[in-house]
Each structure stands twice: as structure tokens, then as C-alpha cells.
Design a protein around this ligand. Structure first.
Ligand code: NZQ
Ligand code: ZN
Length: 383
């Protein structure tokens, strides 16, 4: 096993009606005024908005609203949030939603504590030294943002989708009530499943050594994600399936899955982010296109691990068959598995390669992911 450090300061409050506790939690932490960050419409449609407002008012917590966060959150709207947070001198961020809302909330938390342009942190030109405390009520389980120190934002002017990583943006508390995910659509459940699987397989495949404990942890998460997703797609309100899926998605990117693995990186996410930046496709849909294409290109480089995956997850014998089965499963749950299915012409390949190469440079992966390599992978995604 490789040496590692592990730190995760997020308190998780999991279970039915857990969101009712939000007022008390903030009051106990001496928070008097929050920036209440949420998405387009779902929290108002489900009645969650009203319940939160009630819980905040009960404890006398003031709130400034910052709604309208879009999926694949953008820099301009994030900057508006930073201005509001500064103007009203909020003590904390309360983010209620999925990964997009949480990530915009985290970025506002960073931007509020600096006079510099927040985008500099995404370009990795500056280290994050502080941020406002972040509190989360999760309504869509997928990204793991509720228990990690990452945030992803798109600069819509430059079409760059980049991330920040800092221990200052781990949420202080995240409330996970599986019932709040009952209304997540079948389409977004499929994207969420792809995303959770993607988070655990990046290091599992791209690392050069993976301890057995980690292999089993990753495979257990993948099996859970697949089984629960199949149940959820048939029974939208199955509490146990929603609950196990929710916790599996959180565990998939809270730092545990990659511990002790030698090397490894996030190549599928790198390429997926370029599709997200250019075409504004949902994150999970970008991944379901990229993963089979990347696997086809990569499988020979780590054949033993791909054979293990094929056997453990699908009970088949060859790496190629394992990759095929995963692609078929993505297709079965309703996620696109090719550029064509997402309506993207292969004639766009240079544009995608240039965008992905730009991210590779920011992530210092350009030595392995040259434009030639990226072209080869993206060509695999055509059908
Ligand atoms: O905007 P509203 O109306 O709330 O609707 C949202 C949105 O349209 C809807 N939704 C959320 N909760 C719902 C619901 N609909 C019905 N019932 C509910 N309970 O779902 C749609 C998608 O929401 P979004 O937050 O965009 O989805 P997700 O959680 O998949 O987040 C995706 C974003 O997170 C980033 C992605 O790149 C993308 O920008 N990621 C963040 C990561 C992180 N911070 O660690 C890691 C990931 O790899 C990923 O990159
Ligand atoms: Zn992801």
C-alpha cells in the first residue's frame, strides 16, 4: 500500500427528515446570516424551499437568496453570488441542491474571502487560504461534493470547465435525506450512476498498483450503484435503494476510494469536462460517452486490472468483454454512449481535443495526454 494522508472534516447527518435540523445546526455554530444558494426550480416544486425557510426563521437565521444556479454552474452567476455575499456580510453559505449548487456555493465561499478574481484559483495561479463555512442539504446524490474539497465551475466566456481543490471548502455539515432524492428524474439518476462509477474507477484503472482492500471497496461501490440504480429506475420512491445509492455516491468521492493506490489520475473527467464546457451536456452524460472510449484505448496498459473488473462486476472473462458490458449497462439505463447519440459530430474533434488539452495542461497531465492521444480516445467515442 502506498503512503497516504487522509483528512475529511465534513459532519454527515443522514436520514429521514434530517433537513429539519438545519436551523438548530446553524444557530449552534453562531451563524446569524447565510447566503441561501439553490438551483432553478426543483426545491420550490418539492416544497423543500418552504420547509427550509420555516426552519431558518424559527431560529432567527437571516438569509439572502441566491437561486437560479444552472446545471454546470457558470462563473458569471457565481460572481453575482460573491457580490451578494460580500454586500450582505453573510457568515456562511447554505447550499441546497445537487453538485452544481454545492460547487457554486463553495466557490462563492472562496470568492467572498478574497479581493482577487476567484477564477485565478481555478487556473491554479493561487492557493486557497480561506473560505466561508459551507452547509449543505443534498437533493441529488451523484458528485460527492457534499463531502469533499472540490468545486467545478465553467467560465462560459472562455469555455473552460475547471476545478478547485482545497481543505477550506469541505462542507462543515452535510444533510443527506434520501427522501429528498425521490423526485430526481430517471435521466438524472442514470447520469448520477455513471458519475459515481466514474469517481471510483479513475484511480482503480489508471493507478499502477491497487491494494486488494481498495479493489474490493471500489467493486462493492460499483455493484451497489448498479443494483440500486436498477431498483430506483423501476421504483422511484424506494427508500432503501435511494439511501444506499446516496451514501455510495458520497463515499465514491470523499477521498476513501483512492487511498493506497499507486499513481493514478482523472483522465475521464478531464475529457468529460471539455464536452461539458463546449456543449453544456450533463456531467454524467459526458462521462458515459468518454469512459468506454478511454477504456478501449487504455485497457491494454493495465490488462490485469481490466480482467479483474470484467470478472468481478460482470462475471465475464476478458477485458474487452468487461468494457463492452459497462457500455451496454450505460446504454440500458439511458445514458448516451457515443458523440453521435449526444448529437455531436465527429467533425468537431479538433475543438474537443483543444479544449481537453487545455485542461490537461492546467491539471499537469499534458505529457500523457498529448493532442494525438486525445484524438485517438475521442475518435473511439464516435460510435
Ligand atoms: O436546478 P434545479 O431545478 O434544482 O434542478 C436540478 C438540475 O436540473 C435537478 N435536481 C436536483 N435535485 C433534484 C432535482 N430534480 C428533482 N428533484 C430533486 N431532488 O437536477 C438537475 C441536475 O443538477 P446538478 O446539480 O447539475 O447535478 P449533479 O449533482 O450531477 O452536479 C453536476 C455538477 O457537479 C460537477 C459537474 O461537473 C457538474 O458541474 N461535479 C462536481 C464534483 C465535485 N464538486 O466534487 C465532482 C464531479 O466529478 C463533477 O465534476
Ligand atoms: Zn464526476
Amino acid at each position: 500500500m502506498e503512503n497516504f494522508e487522509f483528512y475529511n472534516p465534513t459532519r454527515i447527518i443522514f436520514g429521514k427528515e434530517a433537513e429539519k435540523k438545519i436551523g438548530k445546526i446553524l444557530e449552534k455554530d453562531d451563524v446569524e446570516r447565510v447566503l441561501f444558494v439553490y438551483g432553478k426550480s426543483s426545491i420550490k416544486e418539492t416544497g423543500l424551499y418552504d420547509r427550509i425557510v420555516k426552519a431558518l426563521k424559527k431560529e432567527g437565521i437571516e438569509f439572502i437568496e441566491h437561486g437560479g444556479v444552472k446545471p454546470n454552474p457558470v462563473l458569471s452567476h457565481t460572481r453575482e453570488g460573491i457580490e451578494k455575499a460580500k454586500k450582505h456580510k453573510v457568515d456562511a453559505i447554505l447550499a441546497v441542491g445537487g453538485g452544481s449548487v454545492i460547487d457554486e456555493g463553495k466557490t462563492i465561499a472562496v470568492g467572498t474571502k478574497t479581493d482577487k478574481d476567484v477564477w485565478d484559483f481555478f487556473k491554479r495561479n493561487k492557493e486557497i487560504k480561506k473560505a466561508l463555512p459551507i452547509y449543505v442539504i443534498l437533493t441529488l446524490a451523484a458528485t460527492g461534493s457534499e463531502m469533499n474539497g472540490f468545486a467545478v465551475i465553467t467560465n462560459e466566456e472562455t469555455q473552460e470547465k475547471l476545478s478547485i481543490s482545497s481543505e477550506h471548502i469541505f462542507p462543515r455539515v452535510s444533510i443527506l435525506n434520501p427522501e429528498l432524492t425521490f423526485t430526481v428524474s430517471a435521466k438524472y439518476q442514470a447520469y448520477a450512476a455513471v458519475d459515481a462509477i466514474a469517481h471510483v474507477i479513475e484511480h482503480y484503472f489508471s493507478g499502477s498498483y491497487c491494494p486488494n482492500l481498495q479493489n474490493r471497496f471500489v467493486e462493492g461501490l460499483i455493484k451497489t450503484v448498479m443494483e440500486t440504480t436498477e431498483i430506483i429506475l423501476k421504483e422511484q420512491k424506494n427508500y432503501n435503494a435511494r439511501a444506499e445509492f446516496m451514501w455510495a455516491a458520497t463515499l465514491a468521492l470523499n477521498g476513501l476510494a483512492k487511498l493506497g493506490i499507486k499513481g493514478g489520475s482523472f483522465p475521464n473527467h478531464m475529457i468529460a469536462h471539455s464536452l461539458g464546457a463546449i456543449y453544456d451536456l450533463p456531467h454524467g452524460a459526458c462521462l458515459s460517452i468518454v469512459i468506454p472510449a478511454w477504456m478501449k484505448w487504455y485497457q491494454e496498459k493495465n490488462l490485469i486490472q481490466f480482467e479483474r473488473f470484467a470478472k468481478e462486476i460482470f462475471g465475464v472473462n476478458t477485458a474487452t468483454e468487461g468494457v463492452f458490458q459497462l457500455k451496454e449497462w450505460f446504454r440500458k439505463i439511458g445514458a448516451p454512449v457515443s458523440l453521435k447519440e449526444a448529437g455531436i459530430s465527429i467533425g468537431e474533434i479538433d475543438r474537443i481535443v483543444d479544449n481537453a488539452y487545455n485542461i490537461a495542461k492546467v491539471w499537469q497531465m499534458e505529457k500523457d495526454y498529448t493532442k494525438e492521444v486525445l484524438t485517438e480516445i475521442i475518435k473511439n467515442a464516435n460510435d
